[in-house]
Design a protein around this ligand. Structure first.
Ligand code: PLP
Length: 391
């Protein structure tokens, strides 16, 4: 088969990725997302999903989705601002606003799009963005977009509040925007939000918080990281939460003041120029929100399992990062060693993904163990026993 010079370049790059041991492959699940995943006919205990409350397979949510589709049809037909904003979307926005404590919320099809809507809309020429170095890729892309719009962008060392303050103090930008994950997706640790919020107040900055991994899990009723830290729904905060992780469905929201949300609605390009989510998704999310609010027993089980895992892995020759959350990273270091350990677990019926650069810094390849309220005591025991033997 002949290939074009255009394709030759791609082929060469793909070969380099393969040589570096960084080729990514997808696994095809033959079962719904849940505690057990079936792949190639083999049942595996699933420590690879962000389904922290075990809601992805919840029959009540699936029923709300099916009923929603019967009532509202399959698609929304247009973007929200044209004709795609249906009653279930409107109801969900109001429910999310009430739950998060902010005056208003907007929903998006994905967290990636939600993040792309916020930072570049708030910050352009003459403004400055201050971002944690370990922020999620979607926040980094949003920051790059702000840069392309003329904003000055500065990154501070992970959770280094003193470094952030220095940058804020030195900045002469018209508007300052601080951007951080609340729970860091590959480390599981929390941003020091009370200190960062105090800096936002002192330097009159916006504070954009990505609570993808805190929403549903942390704080009273699973309200998220702000509730965990007892922080107010301040008008200077824009809170992004994803709805495909603990909420078990898909999509995302941004909550904030009336004015800030109206501004995003008018100007957020990734809100305006995309088809609204199917309305049945909003129906499913309304149900999921109820289950999250009433989900104290699920969260208690999740916390028990996290504690069991951490106690069980204490004394292992690998470093388990300090994390209170459902994301428990076990640092292996070398890329090939991380992949080999994940493979050995897989052979024992345990699915724990190996995460390698560029997703994490070089030399810190790791197993990212995702704990779920759906896991049983025996599930965690099985993982701990296997890791003790293999590590
Ligand atoms: C911290 C963080 N923010 C944003 C996203 C993007 O959300 P979504 O998957 O809904 O696009 C993710 C994960 O996917 C994430 O981990």
């Amino acid at each position: 088969m002949t290939t074009s010079p255009l394709e030759d370049r791609l082929t060469a790059e793909l070969a380099d990725i393969e040589t570096a041991g960084l080729t990514r492959r997808r696994r095809v699940l033959e079962s719904p997302c849940g505690r057990i995943a079936t792949v190639d006919g083999k049942n595996l205990l699933n420590f690879a999903a962000n389904d922290y409350l075990g809601l992805a397979g919840n029959p009540g949510i699936a029923r709300a989705l099916a009923d929603g589709a019967m009532q509202w049809g399959a698609g929304s037909g247009a973007s929200h601002l044209v004709s795609g904003h249906l009653a279930p979307h409107e109801a969900l926005e109001k429910e999310i606003a009430a739950f998060s404590g902010f005056p208003r919320a907007l929903t998006f099809s994905t967290g990636y799009l939600a993040n792309l809507a916020v930072t570049p809309t708030l910050a352009g020429r003459g403004d400055a963005v201050f971002a944690d170095k370990l922020n999620h890729a979607s926040l980094i892309d949003a920051m790059q977009q702000a840069k392309a719009n003329g904003a000055d962008v500065q990154r501070y060392a992970h959770n280094d509040v003193a470094a952030l303050e220095k940058l804020l103090a030195a900045s002469t930008a018209a508007h300052k925007v601080i951007v951080t994950d609340a729970v860091f997706s590959m480390d599981g640790d929390l941003a020091p939000l009370p200190l960062i919020f105090a800096l936002a107040e002192r330097y009159d900055a916006w504070l954009v918080i990505d609570d993808a991994h805190g929403f549903g899990v942390l704080g009273a009723h699973g309200q998220g990281s702000l509730a965990h830290f007892n922080l107010p729904a301040s008008p200077r905060i824009l809170l992004m939460g994803t709805l495909g992780k603990a909420a078990g469905v898909g999509g995302a929201f941004v909550a904030g003041s009336e004015t800030a949300i109206e501004y995003l609605l008018q100007k957020g390009r990734s809100y305006i120029f995309t088809t609204a989510q199917p309305p049945a998704i909003a129906c499913a999310l309304s149900k999921s929100l109820q289950l999250i609010k009433n989900g104290d027993a699920l969260r208690a089980n999740l916390m028990t399992r996290i504690g069991q895992l951490r106690d069980g892995l204490a004394g292992l020759p690998l470093t388990l990062l300090p994390s209170l959350t459902a994301i428990q990273p076990l640092i292996v270091g070398d890329n090939d060693a991380a992949v080999a350990l994940a493979k050995a677990l897989w052979e024992r019926g345990l699915w724990v993904p190996a995460i390698r650069p560029p997703t994490v810094p070089k030399g810190t390849a790791r197993l990212r163990i995702s704990v779920s309220a759906a896991h049983t005591e025996a599930d965690i025991d099985q993982l701990v026993t296997a890791l003790k033997e293999l590590a």
